[in-house]
Design a protein around this ligand. Structure first.
Ligand SMILES: [Zn+2]
Length: 118
């Protein structure tokens, strides 16, 4: 995590605003902690927040590895969704993975977070 925290300090500012599309008005605006689950571990990571001076919107800037992880997680979630549609139990699905790596609770949480669109 030390490594990551150093990386976050050196992160590049996004050029344009996701809300108004204007460039040049982006300034760092604090940080917030956030949990990140991987297949192996649970991390507490720090997300930097950025503020657009033009429209006043703030955004969390996700590090690259978080984006990569989320894509990976989405593939697994899709697989889990298919299993659920086939009326497989959470326990059965968890059994397809190594149980020590992925728990039933994790599957439930993923289902919830994907239902929220996240
Ligand atoms: Zn803006």
């Amino acid at each position: 995590m030390e490594k990551y925290l150093r990386g976050v300090e050196g992160m590049k500012k996004p050029q344009g605003c996701k809300n108004c599309g204007r460039e040049g008005g982006m300034i760092w605006h604090g940080k917030y902690p956030r949990g990140l689950k991987t297949m192996e571990n649970r991390y507490e990571i720090v997300i930097r927040r950025i503020l657009c001076k033009e429209c006043g919107k703030t955004f969390g800037v996700l590090p690259k590895f978080v984006e990569k992880f989320r894509r990976y997680a989405r593939d697994i979630i899709r697989f889990v969704m298919r299993c659920l549609k086939k009326k497989e139990t959470y326990e059965g699905i968890a059994g397809r993975f190594s149980v020590s790596l992925i728990g039933v609770t994790t599957l439930r949480q993923w289902r919830l977070s994907s239902a929220e669109g996240g």
